[in-house]
Every structure is written in structure tokens, then in C-alpha cells.
Write a protein that binds this ligand. Structure first.
Ligand SMILES: NC(=O)c1ccc[n+]([C@@H]2O[C@H](COP(=O)([O-])OP(=O)(O)OC[C@H]3O[C@@H](n4cnc5c(N)ncnc54)[C@H](O)[C@@H]3O)[C@@H](O)[C@H]2O)c1
Length: 328
């Protein structure tokens, strides 16, 4: 078995590679080429934390995986990840566990890659401004993915914690990989999304985090944060304005995400307004963007196939490079 830490992972893969792996996993899901049961969620006694168990198997990859990822929203105040976890990668031939991989790191990368895959497939080519709401644990990978698929000139970020937001914008501004792009900490969500072509939300908010009437025509939105039926960070007002609502996995979103379940229960949208899964677009079964003016909403709750695809790629590249700790 090989043990792979965050440092190991970062040495062997790029965001662009993870985006391609995640796209492949979505296509496999759309074609029914893998087994992905809905995740098991056990609520913590504190009423806000949860233990999540996410299995997947793909014959074509000759591998299965199980991610244990635990949502502890208060961890951010202790300087810890709000989603600590590990991934077990399992060999399809022998059933042996072939790798134990830092699950918090893979979660960030594959969740960023989900947004990256959606923006790549659905956004206008000429996007100029990006907006990111929520500058916590998932945020850096969200922004890296956004910047990996479109040549942006400007990115505006907003968080209710102003100091965290300012430091986040400053860190990206000082990163030599992103030279030439202007990163700004916005004073409020309106300023953040004003004129934005790409909007990503990755917050733990139970209420909408921006005004859906202020989204500009032609924008593409990726809503990442909500995974519970009674919470929503996406303003329902944007949904009737959207020409397409696409999910990472329709069944999972319709079982978990208040971003769509709440507007459905209020009659703001109907189930038939939710066109399908991103994999349907990636394999050509559904059309992607059809005009420069349409607003497209992408809703993601995260699926275990993303973890399997990312874990398999990382493990193969680490073995090839001789990176990681071997445990006999
Ligand atoms: N879709 C997926 O695949 C996926 C994967 C991992 C995590 N998540 C979810 O993404 C969310 C964010 O995860 P994280 O690890 O970054 O959490 P985190 O706790 O590290 O950060 C959350 C951030 O949201 C900010 N925030 C809260 N309310 C806000 C508001 N109204 N406006 C602006 N900012 C606000 C907080 O100040 C904090 O900085 C969580 O709900 C998590 O469950 C989704």
C-alpha cells in the first residue's frame, strides 16, 4: 500500500489533469459504466457536523474507492479543515487496498475540478471577470480551476469574514502563477458578482449568498456549498432567469441540495427545468451553451466517482514518479 500526503499529491498532479479526470468520471456516470451508490450520511450529535461515507467502483478503471469525509463546520475557527477525510483506493483484481490518500486534499481538488469542468463545458469562451463567494477551505481550488479553464483579467472574492477574504485575495495576487490578473476583495456580494461572467459559491451558508436578479446575462454559475435539503446558498431568483440548470449528478442533487429542492417545493422551478447531469453534456447527449446571453446554473453536491477518478490518477502518477510512503 502507498500512503500519499497533500505534499505528495501536489507534486504529481495539476488542476488541469484533475479536471480531465473528473470529466471522464462524469461521462462514465452518464453512460452507466460505474457503480456509485448515494453516500451514507450519519449526523453528529452536535446537530451540525456529519460523517460521510462515499463508495464507488468502475470496472474500466479496475478499481474501487471509499472516501470517508467528515463535515465539521466549526473546524475553520480552529485552523483545521472543515472536511477532513481519507480515501482508500482498492485494487479491482485482488480487492487489496492499494493506496491511502489525503482525502481533504483530493476533495478540494476534485471539487474545484467539478467547477472547472462545468465552466469549461458551459461558460462563454470570452469570460473576463470571475467571482468567488466563500474564501474557506474549498475556495483556492475553486479559483485555481476557474483560472485553469478561462483567461480571466479580474477576479472578485467575497466572504462574510472580511479579514479571511482580504488575505485570500492577497495570496492570489502575490502568486506568480497568476501574474497579470487583478484579484480584489469585494465589500459585499453585489460588488463581487457585478459584471461577472463566472460565479462560484463555496460557503456553509444556509441562506442565499448573492442577489440572483443582479447576475449578468451570459454568466455561468457553479453552486458548490449546499449539500443539505433545508439549506440553500443559491438565490432562487436566478433560476427562472437561467436557460439551463445542470447538475453534477441529477439524482444526488435531487436527494440532497436545498439549492434546488427549496425552489422546487416553492413552485419556483419544476423538475423538468433541471435538464440533466454534466456527463450528458460532456458526452454530447445534451446541448451545452447555445447563446452568449443565456445564464447557466451548475449545481454540485459531489459524487464518489470524482474521488475514484482523481485517486486513481494521483496514485498512478505517484507510483510512476516514485513518490509516497510505502507500507508493506
Ligand atoms: N459540492 C461538493 O462536491 C463539495 C465538496 C466539499 C465541500 N463542499 C461544501 O462546500 C462548502 C464550503 O466548504 P469549505 O470547506 O470551504 O468550508 P469552510 O468552512 O472552510 O469555509 C466556508 C466559508 O464560507 C463563508 N461564508 C459563510 N456564510 C457566508 C455568506 N453568507 N457569504 C459569504 N461567505 C460565507 C465562511 O466565512 C467561510 O469562509 C461546505 O458546505 C461543504 O460541505 C461541497
Amino acid at each position: 500500500m502507498i500512503l500519499l500526503s497533500e505534499k505528495d499529491i501536489r507534486q504529481v498532479v495539476t488542476m488541469k489533469e484533475i479536471i480531465e479526470a473528473v470529466k471522464t468520471s462524469f461521462v462514465m456516470m452518464a453512460k452507466g459504466e460505474c457503480e456509485v451508490p448515494l453516500r451514507t450520511v450519519i449526523e453528529h450529535a452536535d446537530g451540525e457536523s456529519a460523517f460521510l461515507f462515499m463508495p464507488a467502483y468502475a470496472q474500466e478503471m479496475d478499481a474501487a474507492s471509499l472516501k470517508v469525509v467528515n463535515i465539521f463546520p466549526r473546524n475553520i475557527d480552529r485552523g483545521l479543515s472543515s472536511a477532513p477525510g481519507q480515501i482508500l483506493l482498492i485494487d479491482g483484481e485482488t480487492g487489496y487496498i492499494s493506496a491511502l490518500i489525503d482525502g481533504a486534499c483530493v476533495t478540494r481538488l476534485r471539487t474545484g475540478a467539478s467547477t472547472g469542468a462545468a465552466f469549461d463545458a458551459l461558460a462563454r469562451e470570452d469570460c473576463r471577470k470571475g467571482a468567488l463567494i466563500g474564501t474557506g477551505g474549498q475556495a483556492a481550488a475553486q479559483l485555481e480551476a476557474m483560472l485553469a479553464v478561462r483567461d480571466l483579467e479580474e477576479v472578485s472574492v467575497y466572504d462574510i469574514n472580511g479579514e479571511r477574504c482580504r488575505q485570500f485575495a492577497e495570496a492570489f495576487q502575490n502568486d506568480p502563477r497568476f501574474e497579470g490578473i487583478v484579484f480584489k476583495a469585494a465589500a459585499d456580494p453585489d460588488e463581487c458578482i457585478a459584471d461577472a461572467d463566472l460565479i462560484a459559491t463555496a460557503t456553509v451558508s444556509a441562506r442565499p449568498v448573492f442577489d440572483g436578479t443582479k447576475v449578468k446575462n451570459g454568466a455561468t454559475i457553479s453552486a458548490v456549498g449546499t449539500y443539505e435539503p433545508h439549506k440553500h446558498e443559491l438565490d432562487p431568483a436566478v433560476l427562472p432567469r437561467a436557460s439551463k440548470i445542470i447538475c453534477d449528478w441529477r439524482d444526488a442533487v435531487l436527494s440532497e441540495s436545498g439549492d434546488l429542492l427549496i425552489p422546487l417545493s416553492q413552485g419556483i422551478i419544476r423538475e423538468s427545468d433541471i435538464q440533466g447531469s454534466l456527463g450528458d453534456i460532456l458526452c454530447g447527449r445534451l446541448p451545452g451553451r447555445e447563446s452568449d446571453d443565456e445564464i447557466i446554473v451548475y449545481e454540485t453536491v459531489g459524487v464518489a466517482m470524482q474521488d475514484l477518478a482523481a485517486a486513481k490518477l494521483i496514485c498512478e502518477k505517484a507510483r510512476a514518479a516514485g513518490i509516497g510512503t510505502f507500507w508493506e
